[in-house]
Design a protein around this ligand. Structure first.
Ligand code: SF4
Length: 240
């Protein structure tokens, strides 16, 4: 499929989501895929709230991009933070870098710094959007464009699920979209600074995330799978 066709379909899908779900929100971590969605949402003035989770451990480059995006598009970005008391108790009991010691401690850190703020960010929404793609890792190979997020009881859209790397970067370059400079230094997927490193050529795109863990553990709880209801394209088409 050509990039133009991809773009037409993506824009139409985002328009339909915005019409059908008046309280929909886009969760951005300012990765390459997220920047495609930022650009289209801004250029088409789509009424989709943009939010991000500041874990407190993000790389400086991500914070710089967050500000750059705000200035570039002139649109508000809602920023959600971890609960201070829960985080203080975790660090007091386990140390500041406990996530390296076990999968459980890593998941606890992600639960406090990411999953709980995500739940607050999604409260009151009627749908949410992510920039996830199937090609990113083995944990995302069955990713659908539309799913039902059973944990948050919301429809969830992954509009770039079937986009390839070349298409994402083709769009970003053609439209001169701001991106995280870490991508050019070997970081295709960027999360918290202590849990992300550059990858080697040929490695899985998310190999640099929690590199000390087995691949099947490499999700942070934000996108738990499986989600329990399949694609409902007919519903969307009904409002187009
Ligand atoms: S990615 Fe690392 S630092 Fe960030 S929330 Fe998860 S375990 Fe904590």
């Amino acid at each position: 499929m050509s990039l133009d066709r991809r773009l037409t379909d993506l824009t139409a899908l985002l328009h339909r989501i915005a019409v059908q779900y008046r309280a929909c929100a886009f969760a951005s971590s300012f990765g390459a895929e997220d920047m495609v969605l930022h650009d289209i949402i801004a250029k088409h003035a789509l009424p989709i709230t943009v939010f991000t989770l500041d874990t407190g451990r993000l790389p400086g480059e991500t914070y710089a991009l967050m500000d750059r995006v705000r200035e570039h598009y002139g649109l508000p970005i809602e920023v959600y933070y971890p609960d201070a008391r829960a985080l203080e108790a975790y660090v007091r009991g386990n140390g500041i870098n406990a996530f390296y010691r076990s999968v459980e401690l890593r998941q606890d850190c992600c639960a406090i710094r990411k999953a709980a703020p995500l739940a607050r960010a999604l409260a009151g929404r009627d749908a949410w959007i992510s920039g996830q793609r199937r090609a990113q890792s083995i944990t995302r190979r069955d990713l659908a464009i539309e799913e039902f997020d059973a944990e948050h009881r919301l429809p969830k859209f992954n509009p770039l699920a079937d986009w390839g790397d070349d298409e994402v970067w083709g769009y970003l370059r053609a439209h001169e979209v701001p991106t995280n400079p870490l991508h050019a230094r070997g970081y295709p997927s960027i999360g918290c600074a202590p849990c992300t490193r550059a990858i080697e050529p040929g490695e899985d795109l998310r190999a640099g995330r929690w590199w000390w863990e087995q691949p099947e553990h490499k999700e942070c709880g934000l996108h738990r799978r499986p989600l329990d209801v399949a694609v409902r394209v007919e519903t969307l088409e009904a409002v187009s």
